[in-house]
Design a protein around this ligand. Structure first.
Ligand SMILES: N=C(N)NCCCC[C@H](N)C(=O)O
Ligand SMILES: O=C(O)CCC(=O)C(=O)O
Ligand SMILES: [Fe+2]
Length: 353
């Protein structure tokens, strides 16, 4: 069994081997192959599918989507009761077009949850309390998902970094201490079809902020799109890509349609710093035009709030061995970076003064 196959351009990587801890040669070889597939997926795309069907029953994320549909179908005044303005302007419900990307209103509504904090204070940015809908099973099922996705983040990082990036056990322990209390974010996003006259996107082009995003979405094609920079290999790989964009950087937008049993996974900007640019965090956007209401549930596995993210020795060794001279990226305190990002997500935030 191979752990990776190329389909619709983005690799599909099955993590089953990571769930087995045995040291028999077959399992070791399978984990090696999985890590190599992750490494090359990130060198090439920064985006891939993780087949998690042996890790979690595929019916479980479908239940999350069903609950999200129920929530978004409530009357506007019911949804507004959970408004982010009740809290820290981040945790809770944001109306259609309240989120802004690249200066334009996004045609989606969303319900955001963050890692709970010890001493909540709604006046402190990001430090309020989560607001859960009063729908049977909602909180329990989403909280169970948070636990599974946090574990997945650690399982994937550990094997991948040790084998794929060639980290020593000590180096992994050091990195582990920066993600073991992840300041995770989870969103339920609701996308009505994009009106023809809307000046913007369902979600404008952006990079994710942290480490790893695990996205479940309704099985609707042609919504999420990923920007592939136009390099020789990508140009050759692309047969059905959308029209080439001419801008600062050339490339193609390809669809990342849902695949049963898989989550779409991409690396965020902190990974770009850790790998000193060896891995690139990839732009993506959502253009949802089909007639149905679309729901997606991204889980963002992020560093700890206080983590100081800086280029890893393992990445610099790889760059050194390849003879590439790469200027070293500056350290970033994750929590500060996140605060600046979230502050920019709204047209006129309450912390603007
Ligand atoms: N935590 C994450 N990645 N949330 C999604 C970001 C969506 C883009 C955002 N409005 C922006 O302009 O950055
Ligand atoms: O809804 C999607 O497919 C993607 C959403 C996304 O990229 C995000 O929330 O960061
Ligand atoms: Fe995203």
């Amino acid at each position: 069994m191979t752990s990776s196959r190329i389909s619709r351009h983005l690799p599909i990587i099955n993590i089953a081997s990571y769930l087995r801890t045995s040291q028999n040669p077959e399992d070791i070889a399978a984990r090696q192959a999985t890590s190599e597939a992750l490494h090359s997926a990130c060198l090439q795309f920064g985006f891939f599918y993780l087949d998690i069907s042996e890790y979690i029953d595929p019916g479980i994320p479908e239940e999350l989507a069903t609950l999200a549909h129920q929530f978004f179908a409530l009357p506007q005044e019911e949804k507004d009761k959970l408004s982010i303005s009740n809290q820290d302007n981040a945790r809770g419900y944001a109306r259609l077009k309240e989120n802004v990307t690249n200066g334009k209103a996004d045609n989606h509504e969303g319900l955001d949850f963050y890692r709970p904090v010890q001493d909540p204070d709604p006046r402190r940015p990001l430090w309020g309390e989560n607001q859960w809908p009063d729908l049977a099973g909602f909180k329990e099922k989403y909280e169970a998902w948070v636990q599974k996705m946090k574990d997945l983040g650690l399982i994937v990082s550990r094997r991948w970094m040790a084998i794929g990036l060639g980290m020593t056990p000590d180096e992994w322990q050091e990195l582990r201490s920066q993600v073991d209390d992840s300041f995770w974010v989870m969103r339920a996003i609701g996308y009505p079809p994009l009106p023809d006259d809307h000046d913007g996107f369902s979600c404008g082009a952006h990079k994710d902020y942290g480490c790893l995003t695990f996205l479940y979405a309704d099985p609707i094609p042609s919504a999420l799109q990923v920007f592939l920079r136009q390099t020789g290999s990508i140009a050759a790989a692309d047969a059905t890509g959308l029209p080439v964009e001419r801008g600062a950087e050339e490339g193609v937008w390809i669809n990342a349609d849902p695949i049963p049993g898989c989550v779409v996974c991409n690396i965020g900007e902190m990974w770009e710093v850790w790998t000193n640019g060896l891995y690139k965090s990839t732009l993506h956007r959502v253009i949802h035009r089909s007639s149905s209401y679309r729901v997606s549930v991204p889980f963002f596995f992020e560093p700890n709030f206080d983590s100081v993210v800086k280029p890893l020795a393992a990445a610099k060794r790889i760059q050194g061995a390849a003879g590439s001279v790469v200027p070293e990226k500056k350290p970033v305190v994750y929590g500060e970076f996140l605060l600046a990002k979230v502050g920019g997500n709204f047209a006129g935030g309450k912390y603007d003064d």
